[in-house]
Each structure stands twice: as C-alpha cells, then as structure tokens.
Ligand binder design. Sequence first.
Ligand code: SAM
Length: 372
Amino acid sequence: MLYLFVLGRDAELSKLEIESLLESKGIEFTIKEDNKNVVVLDCKELNPEIIHEFGGIIKIAKVFSNSNRIDQIEESFEKTSIYEGTKNKMEYYIDNFNSNLLSFVEDYLKDYFKSIKLKALYKKNGDPSKLINKSIIENGINFVIFKSYIGKVISITNPLELKKRDLARPEVDYMKVISIRLAKILINICKVKKNGLLLDTFCGSGTILQEALLKGVNVVGLDKDEESISQANKNINWLIKEFKLNSKYEIINLDCARLNEKIKDNSVDGVVTEPYMGPFIRKLPNLLQAKDLVFELSNLYDLLLGNLKKVVKKNGRVVIVIPKFRTMENKTVFIDFRGLVDKHGFVLATKPISYGYKENKLLREIYVLDKV
Ligand SMILES: C[S@@+](CC[C@H](N)C(=O)[O-])C[C@H]1O[C@@H](n2cnc3c(N)ncnc32)[C@H](O)[C@@H]1O
C-alpha cells in the first residue's frame, strides 16, 4: 500500500518522526520518495487514526494512482470510489506538490462530478482546522498529488484538539513553554515504549511530561525552579483526571546537576528535554555576551550528559534541543555539543536537525543521541 504523508513545517524532523514512530510500532515500511513537503511510504494498511499520534504530519493520503499515462490514471480513477458521502452537494480540495498532473485531474473531476450530477465545489487552501471543522473526510474529498502519485486523504491532523489542550491546562507560561506539536515530535523520535520511563531534566510546566503520559509512558520531571514544579504538578494532576490516565509520574524540584541523587543508574528508557538556554532574548547579544552564555551553557550541558550517561539504560535515547546564538555583529555562536556527545560516549543517531526559522533570535537544533 502506498501512502502520501504531507509534512509539517519542519520537514526533516517530520521525516525522522515518521521513521521513529513506525519503527517503534513494529510497522515495516520503505520510503519511496520524499521532498520538503511530502513522503511517499510503502507499508501495510495503516489505521487513519495514527495521524493523531504524530506532531509533525498534516495529512495522510492513500495512493490510488501512480502513473504519468493518462489512460492508466483514468483507469485508476474509475476503480476508486471517489465520493462516498451521501449529500448531493459537497466541497473538494486538491493539494498539489511538484506534479504536472494537476490540470488533468481538475478537468477529470469536473467532468466526473457533472456526469453523476453532484454539485461539487472546488476549493483551494485546505488548511487543517478548516477541513476538520467541515468534516471533509466524511462530507467531501481532499486529493493529494505528488509527482505521479495521486492519493485521497484518509486523515487530517486536528490542530483544534491540541489548541484545546494547550488552553485548558491550568498553568502555562508562554515565554518558556515548548509547543505541544514539538513535544509530540520529540517524544516519538525518542521511541520510549508504553509503560517505559521517560525523563525530562528541565520540565518547566510539564508539556513534555504531559504528552508522554498521554502515550501511556511513565515520566519523571526535574526542574530547579519551585514555581515551575508547582505549575507542572497542577497541569499533570489536571491531565490525569481529564484523560483518566493511569501511567505513573514523579515531579522533583532538583537541579539537573544533582539528578543522580534521585534517579537510579540504568533506570531511564529515554530522555526528552528542552534545557535552559539562557535568559529570554529581547535583543540580540553582542559577540562577547553570546560567548559568555555559550561557556555557561556548555558547562551545564557537560554536567547533564555526564549524569544522563549513568541513568539512561543501554540502547536508550536522549533527544535534546540545543541553542545557537545569533549576534548583533551578524555572527552565529555555537556550543560544541558534538564534542560533549563524544566526551560522554553517546553516539549521534542522526545529524542535528534545525528547528524553527532562520530569522528567529534564538536558533535551535535537535540532537538525537543513543547510549550504545
Ligand atoms: C526552556 S524551559 C523548559 C520548558 C518546558 N519544556 C515546558 O514546556 O514548560 C527550561 C526550564 O529549565 C529550568 N532550569 C534551569 N536551570 C536548571 C537546572 N540547572 N536544573 C534543572 N532545571 C533548570 C528552568 O526553571 C525552566 O523551567
């Protein structure tokens, strides 16, 4: 079975998320093709609901045609049940990526809908919230075209659900919180299984902990700030009640430099963390300020990796967000994180992946480390 995965904003991360999640679910797959918007995947039949487990996938479409020959495409359309709704009026959308088949598909569908006397309105810009609100999968159709592949969307991410969860939790400080979307992606990349133990050494108000708990993973969160600990406790208590969860959690007010006092050696299956990255940046630092900050953070991350090496189990994974600093002089100052990875005997599972926009004041890279 061929599927088209329409990727979110950070394509490299989304690709790694697909591979990691399918691997940890034991689903065999091959990636046939990909670009910055789409991955074509060959695998057994997927449950459309799988989309809700991802943070970085916008739509999944099932491919019903893979040819550049018009006669073959027409034959594939004829074999597919194009419209499965019951109303005689509906809307349809076509997402086109790198394909010269668009005008053919547009003409074919126009004729087809006319022939079955269906009032079909062709709409553009099908953003997920709009499509979810319109229940487009049940009431309409969304096609995806990528090169010679034509697919029909079987599931769409629900940003409204994430927004609801984001707004409903009792405590949130948007100045320092990680997005739910990124938290989900990083947790998937970490590959901790249900009932496994995930650690966040800088848990803040607990977004990463919350999203891991929702996947049936047990969690431990540390933060040296008492207020963050109180926020995390309130949020997690709310979450457990709201979603009737029974995974275990522990939230500890502790500096990550002392984590070995509370966390046993070889007890953690995976770590996902967005560490302290220095004070909130309102205006770009100068070169000297950036170098001072890099020095301070390098020492913190050095201590952290030394401690993580002890508590993470063999074959466990650490997924961590590492900052890079742009300066007033238009330079970029890096932490030598690869050096720290080598020093503590971790292995990079993949090259670091940039996250966010080049224009952001703070640049971020996602590092994925394995303890071998
Ligand atoms: C970028 S925030 C993490 C936000 C978190 N991911 C969330 O979504 O709420 C960094 C957190 O690290 C905490 N922190 C700073 N230095 C620390 C240290 N040495 N040990 C443990 N926590 C620390 C801060 O109190 C802050 O809550």
